[in-house]
Design a protein around this ligand. Structure first.
Ligand SMILES: [Zn+2]
Length: 616
């Protein structure tokens, strides 16, 4: 049965008929349909199915030909246009080797319901692009602004260099590690080694990752294709165009270690800094036919006796350089594509998460993704099978310490961050790791244990609440979740709790009377909704954490996430008066309510006053 949606073979033929009718009716320029053989011969590396050739009289009185081309996916796949007999590659921007024109923004305008209009629109845009290229103003501009694209077209090797460096002025020496199928560049030995150990684990024994000196060249503007280095000498010429100092850095690197040199090249393109890479080849060993291996770079010298100037001259000689692309893996790029100023602030932050259970592990995961630079995870428990359904860890971590496993997992996935696990309980943390707590920008407690959190609160108030603490927990069946941020002003945790750690503000009321708070590590495993709904609770805690790090409130605040009222009622529960007094339209449910955390003269706050008096 034909596909009535308009695609498939029938849809394709129908669209072709409509496209040809549109060309006949509305295209003044002479044109003809290409044969299948012509299409295949002209574009062997592409999968075009049909094509039309249009004669276009340009403003310079030259007639040029544009091909309109479609694949079998048409009218859904967007058509392409090509300039027949294009100038040499990289003479004009937006023209690929086989003449295909890059009109990418057109993607958004493809209307599968009107294939004729799509074709005419593309031909019009292509004609305008060619006129602009003839005028010439856009040639240099676009080559420079989109230099990453054109460097890619000119690249010699497939493997991209992974970069951890901050792509900003000035030119400087950097470090590089060459793995079997990966090359990683970093600002210095320490940064590179930290990243490699996180990513690949510690080397066995005393082995370390072997890194070498490399160069970063910052150019005042992106290079034109005609400036792309073909040889080592070209590379020095490019550096010299930036400045004598820049060229000296390249020479220094080559002079010091008698090996080929990786040069990362950075410049400001459209939408931000871009990085590309070039590697010299002068030091490559040459095997002659009789099996004799030559080392052209060091020929005539002992390893130690070669003067740096000669090494540099040989590295940057007529031997060719290999151009490659660069994948940025630096923190600013990973966490905000270099566009979010908050990224730098978060990278400088340190958090300590006490409790690596269901909530703690997922809150940490979100904050790590957001780009918090330094995280400490504290938990004395081993991971077990019943944890799996609601935790960031899985079967491979069963029987192992939660804190260590989470730190290992996140370190491997976010090697640019610093994440450490601590196999200790809350009380030992308070007694023995006071520096860790005091140096944090935020402490997050998700232990679900009043023993632990009551003690933490006493430590907090007695020490003047210099570091904010965020407490997070969930109610029965994950029907509600709480994020309580204790700041220097407002209530302490105990102000809103009973002597045994029951919150005075409970959101859900259960028919069986079991409206107690359950610990986050096991409070939701009675219902399949638990694993899913817990996500909302995690989100409200993680969001409160981000707020505390970036834009802290003036006093202690309490955020409450509530499940849908319909679900709550279906499970035989209802909202407490606390909630109905706060929320104006609870029938819709799935809501986040906020309030000030209450302050009163609680026993913990009294401790703080005693401590003050004792200090005076
Ligand atoms: Zn208090």
């Amino acid at each position: 049965m034909p596909n009535v949606a308009g695609f498939g073979a029938l849809g394709f033929e129908r669209a072709i008929v409509r496209l040809e009718a549109a060309l006949r009716e509305h295209l003044p320029a002479p044109h003809r349909r290409l044969t299948t053989e012509e299409v295949k011969a002209a574009y062997p590396s592409r999968s075009f199915e049909r094509g039309w050739r249009i004669d276009m009289l340009c403003s310079d009185d030259v007639t040029r030909q544009i091909d309109l081309l479609v694949t079998r996916a048409f009218p859904a796949g967007y058509p392409r246009t090509a300039l027949v007999n294009p100038p040499d590659m990289l003479t004009w921007p937006h023209v690929e080797r086989d003449g295909i024109l890059c009109l990418l923004p057109v993607l958004a305008e493809v209307d599968a319901e009107d294939p004729g209009q799509v074709g005419l629109n593309l031909i019009g845009r292509s004609a305008r692009l060619i006129e602009e290229l003839l005028v010439g103003d856009i040639v240099e501009r676009d080559f420079r602004e989109e230099f990453l694209t054109y460097w890619f077209y000119a690249s010699d090797v497939r493997t991209k260099v992974t970069s951890l460096i901050d792509p900003v002025c000035p030119s400087r020496k950097i470090r590089v590690w060459r793995g079997e199928d990966m090359v990683v560049a970093g600002e210095n030995e320490a940064q590179l080694n930290h990243w490699l150990v996180n990513r690949f684990g510690k080397r066995s024994g005393k082995k370390t990752f072997h890194t070498e000196s490399a160069a970063f060249l910052w150019l005042p503007q992106p290079p034109l294709p005609s400036d792309y280095p073909q040889t080592g000498a070209d590379l020095i010429a490019l550096a010299t165009s930036a400045g004598e100092v820049d060229a000296a850095i390249l020479a220094d690197v080559a002079g010091a270690h008698h090996k080929d040199v990786l040069v990362l090249i950075g410049a400001e393109g459209r939408g931000g800094a871009g990085l590309v890479a070039a590697t010299t080849t002068a030091a490559r060993k040459i095997s002659s036919r009789d099996g004799h291996v030559e080392k052209p770079l060091t020929k005539g010298f002992t390893a130690a006796g070669m003067p740096p100037a000669i090494a540099a001259a040989r590295v940057y000689s007529a031997a060719r350089v290999l151009k490659s692309e660069v994948s940025r893996a630096d923190a600013a790029w990973v966490h905000g594509r270099g566009k979010d100023p908050r990224t730098a602030r978060l990278l400088a932050k340190q958090i300590t998460v006490i409790g690596g259970g269901a909530i703690g592990s997922s809150v940490t995961a979100r904050l790590v993704r957001a780009g918090v630079g330094t995280s400490h995870i504290v938990d004395p428990q081993d991971f077990d099978w019943p944890n799996i359904g609601r935790h960031e860890l899985g079967a491979s971590s069963v029987g192992k310490n939660k804190a260590f496993e989470l730190a290992a997992r996140f370190s491997q996935d976010f090697p640019h961050l610093a994440i450490t696990g601590h196999n200790v309980g809350a009380q030992r943390l308070i007694d023995g790791y006071e520096d860790l707590l005091a140096n944090s920008d935020l402490i997050i407690a998700t232990t679900g244990s009043w023993d632990a959190e009551g003690a933490l609160n006493r430590w907090h108030v007695v020490n003047g609440r210099k570091v904010p603490i965020l407490y997070g927990w969930t109610e029965k069946h994950a029907a509600a979740g709480h994020a309580v941020l204790i700041e220097v002003k407002g209530g302490c945790l105990r102000c809103g709790m009973s002597p045994t750690g029951t919150p005075t503000f409970k959101a859900s009321l259960w028919a069986d009377g079991q409206n107690t708070v359950e610990e986050p590590s096991c409070g939701n495993h009675f219902t399949p909704y638990g694993a899913v709904e817990l996500g909302h609770v995690v989100d409200v805690i993680a969001e409160t954490a981000l707020g505390a790090l970036l834009d802290p409130p003036l006093a202690s605040r309490h955020h409450i996430w509530l499940t849908g009222t319909a679900r709550l009622e279906a499970e035989g529960a209802m909202w407490t008066d606390n909630v109905t007094l706060l929320g104006e339209d609870l029938a819709v449910g799935q809501k986040i309510l906020s309030r000030d955390w209450p302050a009163r003269e609680c026993p913990a706050c009294a401790l703080a006053e005693d401590a003050l008096i004792a200090a005076e």
